[in-house]
Write a protein that binds this ligand. Structure first.
Ligand SMILES: NC(=O)c1ccc[n+]([C@@H]2O[C@H](COP(=O)([O-])OP(=O)(O)OC[C@H]3O[C@@H](n4cnc5c(N)ncnc54)[C@H](O)[C@@H]3O)[C@@H](O)[C@H]2O)c1
Length: 252
């Protein structure tokens, strides 16, 4: 087992990719803590892990609420005396052409897709340092690398995450913490499938499919495998890097 008894917080762990990360990391021996704004979903994933013989506990948590983030992260950190793995996965996009968007939309996107991760990371750092060999992964997006019509503010947040992660990788290397970023391409999660079913959004997404060299959308489990790589010793000499898992959609 690659992650035996390592404590792993997974934000947005209640469904989609977050669920896949939780299941895979638990299967490698991690004690996983899916946290999600949708509490019942987070609890259901933890139960799924336990049913499969793994260890998990879960919390309802909105990562945009600083005091709540600090309370939950402290509870986990104090219980185990450390946090080994933090997977910053929660995120959401409302597809909207920038000229048709307003400040309310920008604030929502930024609070969730950028600032929320600052809250969680800041709260977790003391416990990650205590682990001695901790790993942080940010789930960005290929939209951050090349842009994506209708996703201007979201893509901007995801690009900000990349710059933030690289800086954090430099600052925290002295504390034994490795920080890396994964950029999924179009991946078949519930959010994605809902967008695909929408006439306007689905049309844009299907038009992108023909530009994917591997000619298909990704599976959440395929993103989870990249997360496992970055949080295990298989990537022990890798930090501050960005990996696209997108069937070759971008090659920058
Ligand atoms: N699916 C794709 O095609 C795709 C592509 C590129 C990047 N991504 C990114 O991958 C990550 C996972 O996406 P997904 O497709 O699995 O989405 P999803 O909507 O299926 O899952 C996201 C999870 O985050 C949770 N969440 C939303 N707001 C939250 C908040 N404020 N606090 C805590 N949890 C919150 C949701 O409840 C949900 O369980 C996101 O960061 C997304 O931006 C997805």
């Amino acid at each position: 087992m690659k992650l035996k008894d390592q404590i792993a917080i997974i934000t947005g762990g209640g469904r989609g990719m977050g669920r896949s990360h939780s299941l895979l990391l638990a299967s490698e021996g991690a004690i996983v803590v899916p946290v999600d704004i949708n509490g019942p979903n987070a609890h259901a994933v933890a139960e799924e892990v336990r049913q499969a013989g793994g260890k998990a506990e879960s919390y309802e948590l909105d990562i945009t609420k600083g005091p709540d983030v600090r309370r939950v992260v402290k509870e986990v950190g104090e219980k185990y005396g450390k946090i080994d793995i933090l997977v910053n996965n929660a995120g959401y996009d409302e597809v909207k052409i920038f000229s048709e968007s307003d400040e309310e939309h920008w604030d929502w996107m930024i609070d969730l897709n950028y600032k929320g991760h600052l809250h969680v990371t800041h709260a977790a750092l003391p416990y990650l340092k205590a682990a001695g060999n901790a790993k942080i992964v940010y789930i960005s997006s290929d939209a951050a690398r090349v842009g994506s019509t209708g996703e201007a503010v979201y893509a901007g947040c995801k690009a900000a995450l990349m710059a933030f992660a690289k800086t954090l990788a430099r600052e925290e290397a002295r504390n034994g913490i490795r920080v890396n970023v994964i950029c999924p391409g179009l991946t078949e999660t519930p959010q994605f499938l809902a967008n695909l079913a929408d006439e306007k959004k689905g049309k844009i997404m299907r038009s992108v499919q023909k530009w994917i060299p591997l000619k298909r959308f990704g599976k959440p489990e395929e993103i989870a495998k990249a997360v496992l790589f970055f949080v295990s010793d298989d990537s022990s000499f890798i930090t501050g890097q960005v990996l696209s898992v997108s069937g070759g959609l971008t090659m920058v």
